[in-house]
Each structure stands twice: as C-alpha cells, then as structure tokens.
Design a protein around this ligand. Structure first.
Ligand code: ADP
Ligand code: MG
Length: 333
C-alpha cells in the first residue's frame, strides 16, 4: 500500500510540475490524492477557479460517502447498530442506484461486502484469511439487508456498507454537472481510473486508454474514442497481494466470499452515467462475459472485456477502427 501511495504521490508531483509550467495555457489541470486514489480534473476552457471548486466538491463528497471518515453518512450507517439513519439526498440517490445494480446483477454487485473487504484487506495483507472467517463474514453480506425509505436508511442483520465500488463514479457525475453548470465545454475528469469526458477535444473525440492488465506503467491494450461519455474500468491488477504465486485482488464475489476468479482480468464500461458504469464494471468482472453482457444491455452500456490471455471482447455497440488500427475502438454511430 505504501508503494501504491508513493507511486500516486510521484504521479501528482510530476503532474503538478507540468501544471505549474503551463498555468495560463490550456489545458488547465488540478490533481490531488483523495478517496485513497489520484483525482484529477483537466479543463480545456474556463479558469482555475472552476478547478478549485471541483476539488472542493470532490472533498465534500468524500466526507459524505467515505466509510472511514467519522461523521460521513456511510460511517453513521455503519455505526447505528440497526437504528434508522437520515442521510443526505445525494447519499440516498447513490444508494438507490447501488441497490438497483445489486438487484439487476443478482447480487454480484453488493454494497454490503464491507466485512469481506475488511477481512481480505488486500492493501495490507500478505496471506489469505481462514476459510472459516470468510464463511463467518458472509453471513451478514446481502444487499437485502439495506432498507432505503426516502432519505432514511436502516440496516438489518449487522450488515455494513462499503460504497467503494460505485462512489467514485457517482462523484464523477456530480463533478461533471458542476463543470457544465460553470460553463465548461471540454474537460476530462479522472477519479482513479473512473473517467468522464465532458464534450470533445478540439472538435473531435477524446482518446481514452484501456490499461493493459499487469502491463508496464501506461501500457495500453486498447484506446476508445469518446466524447460526452464515461469509461470506467475494474481490474484484478489494480489492488492485490500474492501468496504462493496466487493473486488475491480487491473485487470479491459475494456468493463465495473470495476474489473473483473467472478468467477475466478487466472490464471497461462505456456509458452515460459514471455511477452506473462504476457499479457495472465491478458487477461484470464478477459475472463474466455472457451474464455481464446481458446486464450491461439493460443499462444501455457497452463493455470491453480483457481476459487473462490479453484477448479483448467487446459488446455490439463498439467497433474496431477499420484503418488497420485494431486496438482503437469507437462507438457505433
Ligand atoms: P476501484 O475502486 O479500484 O476502481 P471497483 O470500482 O471495481 O474498483 O471497486 C472495487 C471496490 O469495491 C473494492 O475495493 C471494495 O471496496 C468494493 N467491492 C469489492 N467487491 C465488491 C462487490 N462484489 N460489490 C460491490 N463492491 C465491491
Ligand atoms: Mg466499480
């Protein structure tokens, strides 16, 4: 974990240096570590004040949705001992999206994975937990344990909330709305790999890289040409530890209690809502190709799967560029 934070900080420093040299020349960019990841907003019009406002807004949402910030809505829910908790409109909105994806994914996406996430603790662990502990943690996992009635949240059966699989996407949507309200026509929001493209770039599309799982830094396996869309990736390569040559990553199958292991290394979701894309990316990595495709269809989302052999599979709405550049994808017109 220390290594990860060091890498993030050096990325921030490099970006900071780049930004300080080009303050009055577009793009303008701001990068900070928040929500345990690198948050950056880059604008191609507008001014610095908008960037400052975007970062403040991001911090506000972190303080509302983080499970570790005392006083956040999620913290209050997790410490309420089953009593009803009144939450902010934003939290209720996010929970409603999360529960919808939970239902439609048959529980592959499940925001009550908290005890499993804490048990596996992949950022710090060096060994897999005992199977008995996994089974014990599973007993309070189940999205049906979350009752949402307007702004009132009640949790049954000792369950706990972890919105790590969807909150970044939701916050990216809120930042998008904020930038648009402030007149920004062209921007990239990136919350630890949750990307939103506001408008296009110089009249064309933005190109969004799909990272090669376990590749070198910045090595891509595909590029997607997009504007006014979001692209969100979940991957086994993002946070993990190894024990006896086996890799244990941070996306847990709520049916088994173990990191999902189905031959896929990454799924990228392309759609309009980043909250939906975030939830779907986690769900589809667990569901695999066929069930993942069916789920994405119900949300009108497109998928790029990368399997353990590096093979790409894409849904019908995406096409490979015909000009001999096979790893460049675009949305069908
Ligand atoms: P990242 O946050 O690294 O971009 P994801 O969006 O896929 O990747 O979210 C992974 C995070 O979601 C985990 O770190 C954990 O907090 C939480 N999580 C793990 N498994 C699940 C699951 N099955 N359903 C919902 N959330 C999950
Ligand atoms: Mg996700």
């Amino acid at each position: 974990m220390k290594k990860l934070i060091c890498l993030m900080l050096s990325a921030v420093l490099v970006l900071g240096l780049l930004c300080s040299c080009s303050r009055n020349v577009y793009p303008l960019s701001s990068t900070q570590i928040m929500m345990d990841t690198v948050v950056s907003v880059t604008i191609y019009d507008g001014d610095d004040g908008v960037l400052t406002g975007a970062m403040q807004l991001c911090k506000r949402y972190e303080n509302l949705l983080s499970k570790t910030v005392p006083g956040s809505d999620v913290y209050k829910i997790n410490h309420a001992n089953g009593q009803p908790v009144t939450v902010a409109d934003d939290t209720a909105e996010l929970l409603s999206i999360a529960l919808d994806i939970s239902k439609k994914s048959g529980g592959a996406f499940d925001p009550t994975v908290l005890p499993l996430v804490e048990l596996w603790d992949v950022n710090n662990a060096t060994a897999a937990p005992d199977d008995a502990k996994v089974k014990a943690a599973l007993t309070s996992v189940g999205y049906q344990n979350i009752l949402l009635d307007g702004n009132v949240v009640t949790v049954k059966n000792g369950a706990g909330l972890d919105l790590g699989g969807i909150a970044k996407g939701f916050i990216a949507d809120k930042l998008t709305a904020y930038l648009k309200e402030n007149g920004i026509k062209s921007a990239i929001i990136n919350l630890g790999g949750n990307t939103v493209l506001v408008g296009g770039k110089n009249g064309g599309d933005f190109s969004v890289g799909v990272q090669k799982p376990f590749g070198k830094q910045n090595e891509l396996c595909a590029t997607v040409m997009l504007r006014d869309k979001t692209a969100v990736t979940s991957g086994t390569y993002q946070r993990y530890f190894e024990q006896n040559g086996r890799l244990y990553h941070h996306i847990i199958d709520p049916k088994t209690g173990y990191p999902t292991d189905n031959g896929l290394d990454a799924v990228t979701v392309v759609t309009d809502s980043s909250a939906v894309a975030d939830g779907l990316s986690t769900a589809c990595l667990i569901l695999g190709l066929e069930k993942g495709k069916a789920l994405a269809k119900t949300y009108g989302a497109e998928l790029i799967f990368v399997d353990k052999n590096g093979k790409l599979t894409v849904t019908d709405g995406l096409v490979f560029d015909k000009n001999g550049k096979e790893n460049i994808l675009k949305l069908k017109e």
